[in-house]
Write a new protein. Structure first.
Length: 99
């Protein structure tokens, strides 16, 4: 059985994830719905996804060095497949928002 302290930690962690996803969605909507004074709109969903994936790699690598002393041994093929699926799903979401 889960103690009340463990349950509280679970709620804080889940709440933090939820807040991050809401913030991400709000920022994504700001980018995709922006209209410049000239009438131009954002039309580069793949660029946004590649830039985001690149920054995730840099940030994740930096944190792995700081907190874990370096990269861990992970199954590269499975992580690559998972990452490709995630980036493709985010592309579809972004493309739908700018359509």
């Amino acid at each position: 059985s889960m103690s009340s302290v463990e349950f509280g930690k679970l709620l804080i962690g889940a709440g933090g994830i939820y807040v991050c996803f809401l913030s991400y969605g709000s920022l994504q909507e700001d980018v995709t719905s922006y209209v410049a004074p000239s009438g131009d709109r954002f039309v580069y969903p793949w660029f946004l996804q590649v830039l985001e994936a690149f920054m995730n790699i840099i940030f994740g690598g930096l944190l792995a060095v700081v907190w874990e002393g370096g990269p861990r041994r992970v199954p590269q093929k499975e992580y690559a497949i998972s990452g490709a699926v995630q980036v493709t799903a985010k592309y579809c979401t972004t493309a739908a928002m700018i359509a």
